[in-house]
Design a protein around this ligand. Structure first.
Ligand SMILES: [Zn+2]
Length: 287
């Protein structure tokens, strides 16, 4: 892991490497650090600071905070659905259940789209830009397939080949989703930098992938009776469906709520510092 707090190297008072302006994206390479951006007049020293979030563009940090709160609310709904379905004696009608899960997923996905919007001045074709763009595509496709699943379930029934294929596609897609969504969360947590958030996000990725394996196993048993014992020795279908899946799902939602709110709080604090630095620097440079 690079030291994210390290500022960009300066050569003889000038910017020694490719460096984009944190407001307009202009390449500031070889310009003097005490000057302002030729395009938008932002003092170059603001763009030449390190990668830690208190040095980032405060307007972009607001997107991170808004995205995290949306993810927290969506995860709260998912937790409510989980508790209602599994842990109350009256359960949840299937139509309400499907609508609820789609709404929760919609909020989480919207939160991720807000959270993963481009940082001003981000260079195109860098590994993190590619990673971020792939994440956004995965989220949009996942949401579309989820909506298709719910529609197929309601219109042609749960055990039709179309519904089953869409469900399997949805489950399969959640694996790259976990890798990219939690990967990006870890990247941002490392820039706060906050040990708790980074560790919790890493643990979440592992738990989420475990949950996917259990769900795919459950699904295979549904379409291929007997496969459970082939994949997991001593496998118990009922225990799996009514135990592990719900508990792990609830754990993921709960952890996601805690991590999102803590990260939102930490980034909000970083944003206040960034705003103060930007204001002071803009007043000083008269721009
Ligand atoms: Zn600029």
């Amino acid at each position: 892991m690079n030291d994210v707090t390290k500022p960009i190297s300066a050569v003889a008072g000038g910017v020694g490497a490719d460096l984009s302006c944190r407001r307009c994206g202009y390449n500031l390479r070889s310009l003097a650090v005490d000057r302002t951006c030729p395009e938008c007049d932002l003092p170059i020293e603001l763009s030449a600071k390190g990668e830690s979030l208190p040095d980032a563009n405060p307007h972009w940090l607001l997107n991170l905070v808004a995205g995290l709160w949306t993810i927290a609310v969506g995860s709260g709904l998912a937790l409510l659905q989980n508790a209602w379905t599994r842990w109350t004696p009256w359960g949840m009608p299937i139509a309400v259940n499907l609508g609820f899960s789609l709404l929760a997923n919609f909020l989480v996905c919207c939160g991720i789209l807000i959270f993963s919007c481009a940082e001003p001045g981000e260079f195109a074709r860098t590994p993190i830009t590619r990673f971020r763009k792939r994440l956004r595509w995965i989220v949009v496709i996942l949401l579309a397939i989820h909506a298709g699943c719910v529609a197929a379930f309601g219109l042609i029934g749960p055990y039709h080949a179309v519904t089953m294929s869409a469900t399997l596609a949805l489950l399969g897609l959640r694996i790259p989703f976990a890798v990219y969504a939690y990967g990006y969360l870890i990247v941002i947590a490392n820039r706060i930098p906050d040990w708790f958030c980074a560790t919790a996000a890493k643990s979440l990725r592992i738990i989420f992938l475990f949950q996917m394996l259990v769900q795919i196993g459950t699904f295979l048993v549904l379409i291929w009776p007997g496969s459970g014992t082939a994949f997991y020795p001593g496998y118990n279908f009922l225990w799996n469906i009514y135990g592990t899946t719900y508990i792990v799902e609830a754990l993921v939602s709960l952890m996601l709520i805690v991590v999102s709110i803590r990260m939102a709080y930490k980034i909000q604090r970083a944003r206040r510092r960034a705003l103060a630095t930007w204001k002071a620097s803009l007043v000083q440079s008269g721009s």
